[in-house]
Design a binder for this molecule. Structure first.
Ligand SMILES: [Zn+2]
Length: 229
């Protein structure tokens, strides 16, 4: 596949790929740094999540421990918060921040926050179609532009999904900070909590830009191809 690393890749995609790698590095380094810093209330992520859930009348949402690192998530299908061991068991600033963020998603769900509903509605179709996006593009460049267009349509669907994800993630972090400020962390710890959550936000922005870059790149390759004809 000669066009996997073409000039258009270097121009449109690589810069955003580097940004995505930088964001991932910041997520890991901020998480690790603030995982060493104990929060002043000495509360684990599981305890922080429970308190915020209960005071938002979400007593029915369980908090469970899951495997992996930074695998924390809220699942709207079974209304469960899953926290990784590093968050669930540790009384750190990182743990409190991430636990509060996941509760932010549970609160969004409870309040029928529109971007979350939209995101959940399109997620299954997008995650299925995105498996085939490059197959369509490669076949398209070899055989017929129709398949390239299908590939671009899938990419635009992925982009839509990523764009809808941004307010969902930003809003969950805003809710997290507001809840943490309410007696769960000190003023000093707040800046650490923000850093942990902002690094995560940057990964979502970078992923969105990578998709924009991929679409631009495919258009540019298509344009050069038709110039030759
Ligand atoms: Zn989130």
């Amino acid at each position: 596949m000669p066009f996997l690393y073409d000039t258009a890749y270097l121009i449109y995609v690589l810069p955003f790929m580097l940004l995505a790698m930088y964001a991932q590095y910041k997520v890991n380094s901020n998480y690790n740094y603030y995982a060493q810093i104990r929060n002043s209330n000495n509360m684990t992520g599981a305890q922080v999540a429970r308190i915020i859930l209960d005071r938002n009348n979400l007593q029915h949402v369980p908090v469970v421990k899951t495997s992996g690192v930074l695998s924390d998530h809220y699942d709207p299908r079974n209304k469960t918060i899953s926290l990784s061991a590093g968050v669930y068991d540790n009384p750190s600033v990182s743990a409190a921040s991430i636990a509060a963020h996941e509760v932010g998603h549970a609160i969004q769900h409870d309040k029928k926050y529109i971007p979350l509903k939209l995101r959940s509605a399109i997620a299954p179709a997008i995650s299925f179609a995105s498996n085939f996006v490059w197959i369509f593009i490669v076949i398209g460049f070899l055989i017929s532009p129709i398949f390239v267009n299908i590939g671009i349509a899938i990419f635009i669907g992925v982009l839509l999904f990523q764009v809808v994800t941004l307010p969902v993630e930003f809003d969950a972090s805003r809710r997290a900070i507001r809840e943490l400020e309410n007696g769960l962390i000190s003023q000093d710890e707040k800046s650490g909590a923000k850093k942990v959550l902002q690094a995560a936000a940057l990964t979502y922005i970078a992923a969105t830009l990578v998709t924009v870059g991929q679409i631009a790149r495919i258009f540019s390759l298509g344009g050069r191809r038709s110039n030759r004809n």
